[in-house]
Each structure stands twice: as C-alpha cells, then as structure tokens.
Ligand binder design. Sequence first.
Ligand SMILES: [Zn+2]
Length: 206
Amino acid sequence: MTEWRHCPQCAHALAPIVQDEDGGPKERLRCANCGFTHWNNPTPVLAAIVECADRGGLVLLARNAAWSGRMFALITGFMEAGETPEEGISREVLEETGLKADAISLVGVWDFQRMNQLIVAYHVLARGEIRLSPELAEYKLFAPADIVCWPGGTGLAVAKWLRSRGYEPRFMDLATRTALATGPALPPVPAPAPAGSPRGAEDARA
Ligand SMILES: [Zn+2]
C-alpha cells in the first residue's frame, strides 16, 4: 500500500500533524493548507473459500500472477460501489475463476493489519468450467484435509471453515511461509487443469 504524500483536495504536501479528535490528540497525515485528514481506514476485502460442488467438494486455491513464490490463496477482491458483499464475492469468483456461485455464506471477518485491510470471508459453493482471469497464474484443487493454513489474514478464515467441517486445521510455520513467498514460481499450469485429485498439497497456502 503506497503512502499518500499529497492532499487529494489541494495538492499541498501532507505531513504528520497532531490534532484533537474524539479520542484525544492524534497524529495523522493531514494537510496544513486546507485541513484535510488522511484517515487511513482499513479497506474491506472480500475473500472466497471456493468449494467446487461439481468436483467432489474440492477447494480451489489460486496463485496470483504477480506473486513470485508458490503461494496459493483464496479468491479475493475489492467491493465495488453499489453492490452488496454477497454480490461482490459472487462477481469476483466468476471474474477470476469462471465459476458460478450456488450458495454463499459468511465465514467471518478478520483484520489484516499488515495490508491495512479488513477481510470479509465467505464460503462459496460454486460450479462450472474453470477459466482463470489473467490476474491468476494457476490454480490447484485441494481436499479440505490437505489445506495448510497461512497463520493470519485469510488463513484464519480457512481454519474456521475447516473446523466447521470437522477438520483440525494445520498452520504453516514461518520458515515454510518464507520459502514459499520468496522461492521461484513454478511455470503456470495450463488451464483448465484436470479436475480430480489435488496436486501437491504441501505448498498450499490459504
Ligand atoms: Zn489540502
């Protein structure tokens, strides 16, 4: 997330300025010229645990084309103006995977402070032909029991969902996480990949 440097109202440079707020004096990036305050509120991000209704209940995780490592994650996206969260996650799943949502249910809401985001996580039962958007390099289908959870952010959502299905979640340790995040990316798997048993659960990240 890039830090703001200039006022969006008058283009004057923003600076850390202490001002009295409801909670007391608080330093924030503010504009000394027009009084604008950069509140820096967390951005809501929608996330989907996509369970493939027509692939034996396997869960689709995808690797973002912009990531260098071998991490696979939930389908995520920002809400757009004028849509409900359910419409938003349904749209994201369709746009990013080609799958149509049969049923959507809220798993929970988690903070993701490193990215200044609020994660709103859904379980999405979906079906159809998988067609990845260019944003995603590849996907893998995992049996729920094979998913290894990232120990924060969306991983907490996956862990809660796994428990609700009777699986005790396993969490990735820091060394594995670092190796996956910085290691070389595998060449993309041509889509659509065969629907069936998961390939290599060890590198799952969710
Ligand atoms: Zn200003």
